[in-house]
Design a protein around this ligand. Structure first.
Ligand code: ZN
Length: 82
């Protein structure tokens, strides 16, 4: 007689299969630095232009973007100084 798998066994098997599939596919950082994406505990990743990137790269790119396109324009004019 064929033994029916319990729900927990099925879930465990699915989890193992899923983990294997994920680890076999190396995902590279979207910024083009060539490094693989670091695993995230919370599953949330920073994105640049819709591509998932490492935190380091995200903040580096964010810093560059701010330099190029300042969000807060520095008040260079004395008239606008506080
Ligand atoms: Zn990167």
């Amino acid at each position: 007689m064929k033994r029916t798998k319990t729900l927990s066994e099925t879930i465990a098997e699915y989890g193992r299969r899923r983990a294997k599939r994920v680890s076999s596919r190396v995902q590279l950082c979207g910024c083009g630095c060539g490094r693989s994406l670091e695993p995230r505990v919370d599953g949330h990743r920073q994105q640049i232009g819709g591509k998932e990137v490492n935190d380091d790269c995200y903040f580096r790119e964010l810093g560059k973007a701010i330099e190029k396109h300042p969000i807060h324009t520095p008040s260079r004019s004395p008239r606008h100084r506080k």
